[in-house]
Design a protein around this ligand. Structure first.
Ligand code: SF4
Length: 209
């Protein structure tokens, strides 16, 4: 990582972490992916049941491989024949791993979802939610965070899943109501009522999309 970018990320992360604190959430800054992995594992007691919200960022820091060890109970949604059953199992997990589509400089998390299994579990269910968020996802305010979610994250996800949406073809949002839209639910997490539930690890790297 370029040292000038690192310096900027360090300063920006301090601001985000301060904002998260005012919202009853806990932020951390990891200078490297390895440091992020260590921080995440320190937050996950051995024996925990762990579900995931389709996060690429957790995989990119090596966390998905790490939790597949015998020390944890990984709830693998791909092992369920019925996606609805997989979604319900997530609610009962000790830990949910997720990324965010965007986070504002003052600590508001923005996520969009088609099936809503991810955003509903972020909002309620698992006793602890750990976000792995690359500094590429920090946005100035809610407006820019929503724009990022809909014009960067959603089109890439729609392409990833081969969905027939306008953004799949053009790369930007057309505010569609197509049957394949992944913009069914928007979750803005501006405060956590439950102290110690939401943890956000900001990583000095470009993670996910
Ligand atoms: S509303 Fe439609 S076009 Fe816009 S990002 Fe979502 S799926 Fe793509």
């Amino acid at each position: 990582m370029n040292p000038n970018i690192t310096k900027r990320n360090e300063l920006l992360a301090k601001k985000v972490i301060k904002g998260l604190k005012t919202r009853n959430m806990t932020g951390y800054y990891a200078a490297t992916k390895e440091e992020a992995l260590k921080l995440a594992l320190e937050l996950i007691p051995e024996g925990s049941s762990i579900a995931m919200g389709g996060t690429m960022s957790a995989a990119e820091i090596g966390l998905v491989d790490a939790i597949k060890s015998d020390a944890y109970h990984f709830i693998d949604r791909m092992s369920y024949s019925d996606p609805h059953d997989a979604g319900l199992a997530t609610f009962d997990a000790d830990i949910l791993l997720s990324s965010a589509n965007a986070i504002t400089e003052d600590g508001v998390l923005v996520n969009i979802d088609g099936n809503a299994n991810r955003v509903s579990a972020i909002a309620y269910g698992p006793r602890k939610v750990i976000f792995i968020v690359g500094m590429n996802k920090v946005c100035n305010d809610i407006d820019s965070a929503m724009k990022r979610a809909r014009n960067v994250a959603a089109p890439i996800n729609a392409q990833r899943f081969g969905l027939a949406t306008p953004c799949s073809l053009t790369g930007s949002c057309f505010n569609c109501k197509s049957p394949d839209t992944i913009c069914c639910q928007f979750l803005i997490t501006r405060y956590s009522r439950h102290k110690g539930r939401i943890h956000v690890i900001l990583v000095n790297d470009t993670l996910g999309f």
